[in-house]
Every structure is written in C-alpha cells, then in structure tokens.
Design a protein around this ligand. Structure first.
Ligand code: SF4
Length: 405
C-alpha cells in the first residue's frame, strides 16, 4: 500500500475527485504543452454530470487559461475504466491535434492514466501488507499499535507531514466556526457552524456531545463548500468528519498534539486499506465510500483516544463503515452542500458512538473490516449510476430550487 501522505492531501475544496484531481491533470497537461494554441477538455460521466456544481471547469480553466480552453460536457458517455474520465487535447494554430491524453480522477484527489505518463506517485508500496487481516496479524505478533506500524513503514518524517495535516484541519475548524453568511452556488444554504458553536456553549448535558461535534464538522465542511483549504480525509466531501472528532477530543480530554498525530496515523491505516482494496470514490461506490470511510477513520481515531486495543480499534472502524453501507451520493444541483455538509456532522457523531459502543465490548465481532469493505464494493457495483455522484437520483431528483433563489 501507498504512503498515507497520498490519502491526506492538502488542498482546496469543494471536491477531491471533481476539483483537485482535474486541476492536477490540467497542470500536468499544461506543463507538457505550454505553447498550445488552444485546448479542448472533454469531461465524461460523473465529472460532466456534476462538474459545474463541483467547479470542475473552474479548476481546469485556472490551469489552462480561460481564453484558450473549451470544455465539452458529456454526461451520457462513461469511459469503461472509471466514471470520472477526462480527455485533454492540445491544438496548434492550424487546428491539428498535437497531444491527446485520457486520464481519470479516481477519488481522494488521485489521478490515474493507466501508466501512460503520470509519475509513479501511486505505487510507493511502502506498506508490506495487503489488507487489515494481514496488518492485524503483524500487530499481534509484534505488539505494535497502529501508529507504531505507520512510523515503521513511513519513517519518522511522517510526523512532520501529519503535523501539517493537523494544523490545516485545525485552521479549517477555527475559520469555519467564525464565518457566517450564505454559501455560494445558488442553493441559498446558510453557514451554520458559528450558530451551532455558540449554542454549544449554552447547552445542557443532553446535547453536550453532539452540538460541539456538529459545529466542528459543519465548520470544515462549510469551508470546503466555499473552496477553502482543507485536507482530504479521505475526500473533500467528507473532510469534516475526522477533524471534528479530533478537535472534540482535544477539548474534551485535553489531548496532546502528539496523541492527535497518532490518532491521525491510526485513521490513515483504515482509509488506506479501503483506498487500496476498495474505493473512496463517490462516483464509483456512492457516499458509503466517502462519508462511510470517513466515519470508519474517525471511529478508529476516537477508539485510540479511549485507549482501545488494536482489536477494539478495528471493530470501531468496521462499525463506522458497516452502518453507512448503501449510502448513496445524490448531491443537490451537483453542489457539495446538500446532503454533504450536514452528513459530515452526522458521521462525526456516529464515529463517537461507534467508539463508545465498542469500548464496552471485548473487541470480538463477526464482520471484519476487510469483510465490510468487500460488502461496500459489492453494494457500490450494484448501485445504479443515479446514486453515484451524477445528481440524477435521490435528493437531487426530488428537490427543486425555489424560484428566485
Ligand atoms: S453525497 Fe457524499 S459522496 Fe456525494 S458529493 Fe456529498 S459527501 Fe461526496
């Protein structure tokens, strides 16, 4: 498995697959063809269906230049390799094609051209184990915890990177809880994090967990929806879940930064396993691969804070994903707002529940983390494309934007 640096990508919202990935692809194509007379970029499948709301065109035009780039939207054509396909063409003055490149945005900001010209960023293979079962056997035999495993595989330099990750996450929480106003895009959605945060200061015991947790998750998700700087965990759309849980424990239990970094490393192992044995792409498997995986990662972090054993941590992550199986991706108007923003708050609270639930057990459970990833993939394959980031089904179909909004 690859380094967790490629799971936790620092960048700008609102979408890892629809903004970060295409922007990176456009950058590579531009570097190879700086003198092109003009460019044609064709977006296929899910990228075309929800690209306008996800600001895919803006991300590409920023790299290639608005004055010499044409975007062609082909939502009804899906390339066989992955639903998020794009084709870049460069033309000379006579109108002849001088370069042509097909590439896919496969989730979490990663792009893949089947080995054509992308440097081998995706295959560092620094983790020797292929799935959670193998990792757990190794941990059992060595007595290591998940974060020690990460340090052994990545080297001690990983802590500097995870510190940067945490600071970007934490800054997004701080910015998000201060902001007020309407989120751009046309839906008229008002930022709620500030309100929730202020109300969390007033609430009694019944709301003591859920209100600040929700405020932190909303803060980061609203930052993402407005194009703010965030960290994919595992994606942009689900980037509020893990930071919310981390900040919640930091406040609640006075957790040190060192332990927060260890919790991020722990969460990274689970996200990485799904990324390499399943999918973290909403266009491929629906929201279970984004919010479901984010919940699993955050549940493992919470379980680490509760001093869970490796077995309990794995159970918490499994539970976090299991109870999101079948979750569809149906963003209204193609924007990463409804249901995405509130869904981050729901999943952060679910992660806390999963970790607490598991702490009362001895860690034994029937469905393993690897099993639930297989179930997620099977469910995603069986899911009609209506529910895989095309904005053609579910909430996106029933909701009508009010006149004048
Ligand atoms: S519904 Fe889920 S998978 Fe789809 S864009 Fe929103 S957060 Fe991402």
């Amino acid at each position: 498995m690859d380094t967790i640096r490629h799971l936790f990508r620092i960048g700008y919202g609102p979408s890892s697959s629809h903004t970060m990935g295409p922007k990176h692809a456009a950058e590579i194509f531009h570097q190879k063809n700086p003198g092109a007379n003009h460019y044609l970029v064709t977006l296929y499948g899910s990228l075309a269906a929800t690209g306008k709301g996800h600001m895919t065109d803006k991300a590409i035009l920023e790299e290639l230049g608005e004055d010499r780039t044409t975007i062609s939207w082909q939502p009804d054509v899906t390339l066989p390799y992955h639903p998020n396909g794009m084709e870049f063409e460069a033309f000379d003055e006579s109108g002849s094609v001088t370069d042509d490149w097909t590439v896919y945005s496969v989730g979490g900001g990663r792009i893949d051209d089947k080995g054509d010209r992308i440097p081998p960023e995706t295959v560092s293979n620094i983790y020797p184990h292929r799935n959670m079962e193998e990792i757990q056997k190794y941990l059992n035999s060595t007595g290591m915890n998940f974060w020690e495993y990460v340090e052994e595989c990545e080297g001690s330099e990983i802590w500097n990177y995870l510190r940067e990750v945490w600071h970007v996450m934490s800054d997004a929480v701080d910015r998000g809880v201060r902001q007020e106003g309407v989120i751009p895009g046309g839906l008229g959605i008002t930022r709620k994090a500030n309100l929730y945060f202020r109300r969390s200061q007033l609430t009694r015991d019944g709301f003591i967990h859920s209100t600040p947790m929700s405020a932190f998750a909303l803060a980061v998700s609203e930052e993402n929806a407005t194009g703010g700087k965030i960290v994919t965990a595992p994606t942009c759309g689900s980037c509020g879940v893990l930071p919310a849980v981390l900040r919640y424990f930091q406040k609640k239990m006075d957790i040190t930064e060192e332990n927060i970094l260890r919790a991020i490393a722990t969460a990274g192992v689970f996200g990485n396993v799904v990324k390499h044995t399943g999918s973290i792409s909403g266009a491929e498997v629906g929201c279970q691969g984004e919010i479901g995986v984010a919940c699993a990662m955050a549940a493992s972090a919470a379980s680490y804070f509760y001093s869970g054993t490796a077995r309990q941590i794995e159970y918490a992550a499994e539970s976090g994903l299991e109870h999101h199986l079948g979750l569809t991706c149906d963003p209204v108007a193609g924007l990463v707002q409804v249901p995405c923003i509130e869904r981050n708050a729901a999943a952060a609270n679910a992660a806390l529940f999963a970790a607490q639930f598991v702490m009362f057990s001895d860690g034994s459970h029937r469905i393993s983390f690897d099993d639930v990833v297989v179930a997620m993939m099977n469910t995603g394959v069986d899911m009609p494309s209506l529910y895989r980031e095309t904005s053609e089904g579910g909430l996106a179909k029933v909701y009508r934007i009010p006149c004048g909004a």
